[in-house]
Design a protein around this ligand. Structure first.
Ligand code: NAP
Ligand code: G3H
Length: 487
């Protein structure tokens, strides 16, 4: 059993300065399973003094970590990736119980994370600096050369969400560490058990004391304190637009990398392969019950093909498997993370129903299990047209032209991704060029991977760019040393 847990009650501890420690507060946050409300574990609610100590440990340790050769930092990452794969069963078990992810998705998250960590180590070893001759600028001669290398930023505060507790923690930790930063991880409370296991993996891989530390506690209680802590040099946050906006409002002079909410549109043009579009819409909209930032969250379809598309999407929704991820390996629809989230999705369903949207399928609820729901004839006065449910419900908005689809897509406050389905490359580029989003997928569902691609949101969907090389670059800065030759 991993040493991050103490006792039969599965009381987890935090990793600070190389030790697994509890809190003097003796206050614990209980983590109940979204599947059956059983207690999965407890994490300490840390005091401000303990937060201070964790961040100070990170700051002190970073001073020597930045001088560790990149190839040695990379070795630790390779080891962590191997251990992660060895622990796949144990880790998936905890993830399934903690966040109700189905086993197939939990295992694939872990394998993807191991690949992410290895690719990060490979990329860091291959990042090179540049030398810039001075004489390309008017008035300068060849005696001046700028040697540009990259420097770490210091202490990176990584704040991760519940839905990918391993992957969205590791995709902050690995690039930050390999760039020579130390890290303080504050995981989502629901998700913190999985994240603490991940940190245990890094410990076993040989991360030096203080280089990686954890903080547990409710974001609403300790969040403001940690994000405004004077020893934090960079914040890498993934979560809701609401919390992201708050962080950007209360921090000052600290660079931010944020991946926030989305309302990704799938735009289906008249000449689209409708079977391909329907498969992608259903896989993109309903996997893990739609609890993905990049889930397809609205369909904008041309009137002429709308009836056919609705029929095909409905047929595929009928084949989705609802169930208990503890009992079945391959379920698509699971209970939502908590009652508050289920209530919110239900409100959006009720609003669409009351305002006259046509319920094609679903619209049922059993506790926190929301049945996969599809509404047709959704109009722009309905909340479902604009709000992010983070649940298994999709609105179909019928449009009469591609320009109308583009206009509605761009009216959203969000700008994460969008998809366009068409057989005509010119039409694809016409639409893609006009969409105000970080990424447009042509003939595919919206999604983050592969993880070395740039991943970013515009407008209320984020600040900065992630993706392996992009994340390393975001969490480091250029350092210019100018050689002035005497000639
Ligand atoms: P959330 O409620 O915003 O929480 C995210 C993280 O922020 C958690 O660790 C949370 O801790 C912490 N937090 C809460 N209040 C805070 C505060 N005042 N200061 C600092 N940290 C605070 O988001 P979520 O419910 O976990 O995830 C769902 C949302 O995240 C959706 O909107 C989704 O679109 C977005 N998301 C975006 C991406 C992306 O890449 N664009 C990826 C995944 C999720 P506690 O758990 O302790 O409250
Ligand atoms: O939930 C947000 C994740 O960044 C989405 O990743 O597209 O691989 O599911 P994904």
């Amino acid at each position: 059993m991993f040493s991050c847990i103490k006792g039969k009650e599965r009381t987890f501890r935090n990793f600070i300065n190389g030790q697994w420690v509890s809190s003097v507060s003796e206050k614990f946050l209980e983590i109940f399973s979204p599947i059956d409300s059983t207690l999965v574990g407890k994490v300490p609610a840390m005091t401000k003094e303990e937060v201070d100590f964790a961040i100070k440990s990170a700051s002190d340790a970073q001073k020597s970590w930045k001088n560790v050769p990149v190839n040695e930092r990379a070795e630790i990452l390779y080891k962590a990736a191997d251990i992660l794969v060895e622990r796949i069963e144990e880790l998936s078990d905890i993830m399934i119980r903690e966040i109700a992810k189905d086993r197939k998705s939990a295992e694939s998250e872990i394998l993807r994370t191991a690949d992410y960590i290895r690719f990060t180590a490979d990329t860091a070893k291959n990042i090179s600096g540049e030398s810039i001759p001075g004489d390309s600028f008017p008035g300068f001669k060849r005696n001046k050369i700028s040697v540009v290398t990259r420097e770490p930023l210091g202490v990176v505060l990584a704040i991760s969400p519940f839905n990918y507790p391993i992957n969205l923690s590791a995709s902050k930790i690995a690039p930050a560490l390999v760039a020579g930063n130390s890290v303080v991880l504050k995981p989502a409370t629901q998700g913190s058990l999985s994240a603490l296991y991940l940190v245990k993996v890094f410990e076993q891989a040989g991360i030096p004391a203080g280089v990686l530390n954890t903080i547990t506690g409710r974001g609403g209680e300790i969040g403001d304190y940690i994000v405004t802590h004077p020893q934090i040099d960079f914040i890498n946050f993934t979560g809701s637009t609401e919390v992201g906006t708050r962080i950007s409002r209360i921090t000052s002079m600290v660079p931010l990398l944020m991946e926030l909410g989305g309302k990704d549109a799938a735009i289906v043009l008249e000449d689209a392969d409708l079977d391909l579009a329907a498969s992608n819409i259903v896989a993109g909209g309903y996997s893990y019950s739609g609890q993905r930032c990049t889930a397809v969250k609205r369909i904008l379809v041309m009137d002429k093909v709308a009836d056919k598309l609705v029929e095909k999407v409905k047929e595929k929704i009928e084949k989705l498997i609802l169930g208990n991820p503890l009992l079945e390996k391959d379920v698509n629809i699971v209970p939502l993370i908590d009652t508050k989230s289920a209530d919110y999705v239900w409100e959006l369903i009720e609003d669409a129903r009351e305002k006259g949207a046509h319920l094609v399928i679903g619209g049922k609820r059993d506790g926190n299990m929301i049945y996969p729901t599809l509404f047709d004839n959704v109009t722009t006065d309905m909340r479902l047209a604009w709000e992010e449910p983070f649940g298994p419900v999709l609105p179909i908005i019928r449009v009469s032209s591609k320009d109308e689809a583009i206009e509605i897509a761009n009216k959203s406050e969000y700008g994460l991704q969008a998809a366009v389905f068409t057989e005509n490359i010119n039409e694809a580029f016409y639409v893609a060029d006009r969409l105000e989003v970080g990424t447009v997928q042509v003939n595919n569902k919206t999604e983050r991977g592969p993880d070395h691609f740039p991943f970013l949101g515009v407008k209320a969907s984020g600040i900065g760019t992630q993706g392996i090389r992009y994340s390393i670059e975001s969490m480091s800065r250029p350092k210019a040393t100018v050689i002035n030759l005497v000639r």
